[in-house]
Design a protein around this ligand. Structure first.
Ligand code: FES
Length: 106
């Protein structure tokens, strides 16, 4: 495995009026996540990427963390900091932010 974790943060922008994570809000979270990881010296070990729609639009802004495949919902900078601290650094999924409400595809 190339990275310890791979984090995809939705930055998808839909037409006005449609619910989405939004390019601007999503990009703010991407930048914040990268900043936090850099601060913790994890820049080369954890990859953060902006992504298209994660099919969790009504729960956005959303991200998914691999290799666990855990989706997090309704993100903001504070929740992102907690996810980095507890999940990425500490190895414990932050259950209270996990998206469990959507239909499984597999
Ligand atoms: S727009 Fe972000 S999950 Fe669909």
């Amino acid at each position: 495995m190339r990275y310890i974790h791979h984090i995809f943060i939705c930055t998808n922008q839909k037409a006005e009026g449609k619910q989405c994570c939004g390019e601007e809000r999503g990009m703010d979270l991407v930048k914040e996540c990268r900043r936090l990881l850099s601060e913790k010296g994890l820049k080369g070990e954890v990859r953060v990427q902006k992504s298209g729609c994660l099919d969790a639009c009504e729960f956005g802004p959303a991200c998914v963390v691999y290799p666990e495949g855990v989706y997090y919902q309704n993100l903001d900078p504070q929740k992102m900091a907690e996810i980095v601290e507890k999940h990425i650094v500490g190895g414990h999924v932050v259950q209270e932010y996990v998206l469990t409400d959507f239909e499984r595809k597999i």
